[in-house]
Design a protein around this ligand. Structure first.
Ligand code: ZN
Ligand code: ZN
Ligand code: FE
Length: 753
């Protein structure tokens, strides 16, 4: 009989893959072995070619829910022993190659059933199996084995051990297997007391939440702050405790039925929100929660329970929905350490619920929305990271350091790009520490020692400085080119495309701040074909936080000194603060006033002019509020000029001012404005297509998180038979920049070799 070695790569560890192989082998009456190595799953079998082929075919057919096979390699093997059964061998670490780490998986239905039936796990809040449970958050090293996770501190009891060793059991080699006797447990810290019995914890926490109290609760990838989402005083208090802005809070609904009551949810949205990744999905609100949850936005960041404890809590209470927002104060990273939780979150809440298993890797909840039936990631974290994105060519040893405000980094290994979880604003010291710590961990986990570093062109980004300080060769990639390249990476495009890159800021090659860019590019280089006209940005970065500054700038751009004569409520408002004179001086004398072509700043200006948002309390608030204000089915749009390939929006600003003076509703102006931008993009793209013959077009950059703009632009482009590409798996915002940088560097190197 011939022998074969089958080498499977992909997301095949920690997802119940070996027992799965075992069962398929039994079905085919094949003898041999299967083992986890750091470079994937290896199977050795002795059998005929036909049987082997049908075995491999079946293996590909019914993969476990969270598993993903990327490659299967079959080699003939000689000298294999005479197997008399099929066995699962232990994990081995044999080379520098690695296998993938599974993201964390929401508790599965089988486990929820076991939680009611299995005597040693009745109501056990850390129940899990080979198909579900924590993964990335508890992994310290590869290959994935209990001893390399934070579960190593718990000794399996004999009952769990038996399940763990029994190949026919659902928990065979489920590394975090645990029960009431041997596993982790919750502790409620309340008024200096520690409460451990779970039934007491559930009764007390449920009661506290129903009475409108605030709790800090340890979740999968960090702590959360929780309160009843229907109790306004509680939510308002939570908002104060978090020192947070007016940013909407995420909400966990007790079940799908309740979710359907409060939101409009399409089939595609329902599929996403119930998937094992359990992300936060932005849904249209149809039934009010406490006003302080959504802060005037018509959408809710909604999710469903994903940890056993969530189910137990809802089971024992009448609560319909909980605000569940990351446990941090303002811009700091989400707290993962129990002591910190007690020290930082304890004083602002009524109780802290911890458990005694360490979180090793911090992950926030992921956020996405569904536009045109397609899922679009906004924040890529729990349930997605650290699964890699496959690349077209080898990217070994490349480290891309990303942007700054919405940062991630990306590490290359063979044909895989390991994009980090969402990290946050690097200007915050703690966040920067989170960034460097995660980077060191990724290097170790995925066995990468960077040989070359890629970063943004912005000299002041901390990620650029980090790159410079490594002492390694550095490549700088222009921000908007990186936005387009990130999308090209996802769709494996390596050819010239039209790239529409609209966002808030990005350092341009001319030293100005770009953000309304039409590029023609491939992976290696780009050409700036057109852009929004430059306007002053008085106060630099401050203008991004104070949309009224951009409104003044755009008025000045459109009307010159005549602007003073306009009879606008907006101008009265700025004059009342006497801010306008100082600002005009800055603009005229170019003091601390860079020039920008940013689309984000244009949206800011319109939001401020219409009175929709003059001052923002969080990143991108003004564009978000402008979008939320849209009155659909409004007729009309505004005009623009194109001169020397530069898009001049002065006519649009003058018409908007006219509309404001005519007391047109802000929501109608918002609709016309959005339509203007969509048409302008389509017209310009069509023009570039005629000149270049290129038909593939990419829309990327944070501005395309705007679902109204994205929806109508995509629709119009498709009507004109463009091939439109928009990221699904990677955020269009700066969270995708590091992937774009890595891809550009990989392409440059690949072309040289
Ligand atoms: Zn399970
Ligand atoms: Zn046990
Ligand atoms: Fe950007």
């Amino acid at each position: 009989m011939p022998g074969y070695t089958i080498h499977i790569k992909g997301l095949v560890q920690g997802v119940g893959f070996r027992p799965y192989v075992y069962r398929i082998a039994l079905q085919h009456k094949i003898y041999g072995t299967v083992e986890n190595r750091n470079d994937g799953v290896w199977i050795h079998v002795i059998t005929g070619r036909e049987v082997m082929e049908s075995f491999v075919r079946d293996l590909r057919l019914q993969v476990p829910p969270a598993a993903e096979i990327s490659t299967v390699e079959v080699l003939e093997a000689s000298g294999l022993p005479e197997y008399d059964k099929f066995t699962i061998l232990g994990s081995r670490d044999l080379s520098d190659e690695i296998t993938l780490i599974s993201p964390d998986i929401a508790v599965c239905d089988d486990c929820l059933r076991d939680m009611k039936e299995q005597s040693h796990r009745i109501g056990y809040p850390f129940i899990n199996c080979t198909n579900c449970g924590p993964r990335f958050t508890i992994i310290e090293d590869l290959p994935y084995d209990r001893l390399r996770t934070t579960m190593k501190e718990f000794r399996m009891c004999s009952v769990c051990r038996k399940e763990y060793d029994d190949v026919n059991d659902r928990r065979f080699h489920a590394q975090p297997v645990a029960c009431h006797t041997c596993g982790p447990h919750y502790t409620l810290h309340l008024d200096g007391k520690e409460i451990i019995p779970l039934n007491q914890i559930l009764r007390i926490t449920g009661g506290m939440l129903q009475q409108g109290q605030l709790l800090a609760v340890k979740g999968m990838g960090g702590y959360f702050l929780a309160c009843d989402a229907l109790n306004e005083p509680a939510v308002a208090r939570l908002r104060r405790a978090k020192l947070r802005e007016d940013k909407p809070f995420a909400v966990m609904f007790r079940d799908l039925e309740t979710l359907r009551h409060f939101t409009r949810v399409s089939a595609a949205e329902e599929k996403t929100i119930t998937s094992w990744r359990r992300p936060i999905v932005l849904l249209e609100s149809v039934q009010a929660l406490a006003p302080s949850v959504c802060m005037g936005f018509g959408t809710i960041g909604a999710m469903l329970p994903y940890m056993p404890f969530h189910y137990l809590l809802f089971r024992d209470t009448e609560l319909k929905a909980l605000v569940l927002t990351s446990g941090n104060l303002s811009n700091e990273p989400i707290v993962i350490n129990d002591r910190e939780a007690l020290n930082i979150l304890g004083p602002v809440t009524d109780g802290v619920l911890t458990y005694n298993r360490r979180i090793h890797n911090r992950v926030d909840d992921s956020v996405l929305h569904v536009v045109g039936e397609k899922q679009r990631l906004i924040r890529r974290s729990r349930g997605f990271a650290p699964a890699p994105i496959e690349t077209l060519f080898p990217v070994d040893g490349i480290l891309a350091t990303g942007a700054e405000l919405v940062s991630t980094f990306c590490l290359g290994k063979s044909n895989m790009a390991f994009l980090s979880q969402h990290i946050g604003d690097l200007k915050n010291y703690e966040t920067y520490a989170f960034y460097t710590e995660s980077l060191d961990r990724f290097k170790e986990l995925f066995r990468v020692s960077p040989e070359v570093v890629v970063c943004d062109m912005h000299p002041d980004y901390l990620s650029t400085r980090y790159a410079m300080e490594t002492g390694l060769p550095v490549i700088q990639v222009q921000h908007h080119h990186a936005h387009i390249a990130a999308c090209m990476a996802e769709y494996k495009l390596d050819e010239p495309v039209i790239g529409v890159s609209f966002d808030g800021t990005g350092y341009g090659t001319d030293g100005n701040i770009w953000g309304g860019e039409f590029l023609v590019c491939d992976l290696q280089k780009f050409e700036r074909r057109s852009h929004l006209g430059y306007v002053p940005m008085p106060g630099g970065d401050l203008a991004a936080l104070q949309p009224w500054r951009m409104a003044v700038s755009y008025l000045w751009y459109a009307f010159g000194e005549e602007m003073e004569k306009l009879n606008l409520p907006f101008l009265e408002w700025v004059r009342a603060g006497e801010k306008v004179h100082l600002l005009m001086k800055m603009i005229r004398k170019k003091i601390n006033t860079p020039y920008t072509s940013s689309a984000g700043r244009l949206f800011d200006a319109v939001a401020a002019l219409t009175g929709i948002c003059r001052e923002s309390t969080f990143h991108a608030e003004a564009p978000m509020r402008l979008e939320a204000a849209i009155v659909p089915h409004t007729e009309g749009m505004y005009s623009w000029l194109v001169q020397d390939e530069i898009i001049d929006l002065r006519p649009a600003i003058r018409e908007i001012v006219k509309d404001i003076i005519a007391k047109t509703a802000p929501g109608a102006i918002a609709a016309r404005f959005h339509r203007t931008i969509a048409h302008l993009i389509v017209e310009k793209s069509n023009h570039i297509r005629k000149e270049t013959g290129l038909n593939k077009i990419i829309l990327s950059g944070g501005t395309f998180q705007n679902r109204y703009l994205l929806g109508i632009t995509e629709e119009m482009l498709e009507k004109l038979k463009f091939e439109v590409f928009i990221s699904e798996k990677v955020p269009v915002n700066d969270g995708g920049i590091s992937l774009g940088q890595l891809t550009v560097a990989g392409a440059l190197r690949n072309s040289r070799d």
